[in-house]
Ligand binder design. Sequence first.
Ligand SMILES: C[S@@+](CC[C@H](N)C(=O)[O-])C[C@H]1O[C@@H](n2cnc3c(N)ncnc32)[C@H](O)[C@@H]1O
Length: 267
Amino acid sequence: MKTGPRGGALVSTTVPPVTNKYLSYDEERAPKVREMFSRLAWRYDLVNDVMSFGMHRAWKRRTVRLGLAKAAERAARRRWLDLCCGTGDMAFLAERFSGGAARVVGCDFTLPMLAVARKRRGEEESVSEFVQGDALRLPFADGAFDVVTVGYGLRNIADPAAALAEMRRVLAPGGRCVILDFGKPRNPVASALYNGFLRTMMPFVGWLFHRDPETYLYIPESLAPGDDGDQCRGTEPGIGKRETGNVGRGAQPFRFPFSVSPFPNAR
Ligand SMILES: C[S@@+](CC[C@H](N)C(=O)[O-])C[C@H]1O[C@@H](n2cnc3c(N)ncnc32)[C@H](O)[C@@H]1O
């Protein structure tokens, strides 16, 4: 494990044992991820609702609101990149919550996911653009965006630290980046229950919708031991504040399934 500029843990360089066919920590990672999302694109939105009991919608809304930030700053947050946009959920939210002021670009490297996003544009009455691009070589100029959001994307990228550097490059001075990903409960009992839930529910949902139990099992496998779900803690100066979501009202030990890691004022 490397350490960051402030002594925090950088993205783990320890390679955990891998058994899932869609997960690897080598040059095969990107093609495997793309293959997996190509296969599940047409059912992605439905499966998200089923697996999270619809809660992913609230987590995405919170992420986008963090991107918009305080009312006084909103007017300045016009150029918006939703990286690893998938089928476009957060891009459409950014457009809606900004009252149409944000010019939103969704970027993803899996064409079938982008095809679903483009199809949804009509239903959403959206003018967002959806472009194909790799998070490790973004097809945008330096400082092109005021906000970058990433939902459940960073953990899929072969080199998350390099992706963070790219995100930083395309952010304008004073820009804001908000990253949404899986969290992990700190309480050991809640952690065991959460893991049990993921390891039972994921193969079932994979089998039900794709006749392939391994499809979503990469999620608990990619939640490596020691990884608290904060994909970017310590990787870039300015990252640190972290918010953790709560599934049940007031149930402290069960504060688990997502974390939002903003790095405001990236430069
Ligand atoms: C779990 S989905 C998240 C989609 C959407 N953000 C959401 O929250 O519903 C992850 C997405 O990341 C994309 N992705 C993974 N690695 C990528 C990369 N290197 N460059 C661009 N997109 C990538 C995948 O194609 C997939 O659509």
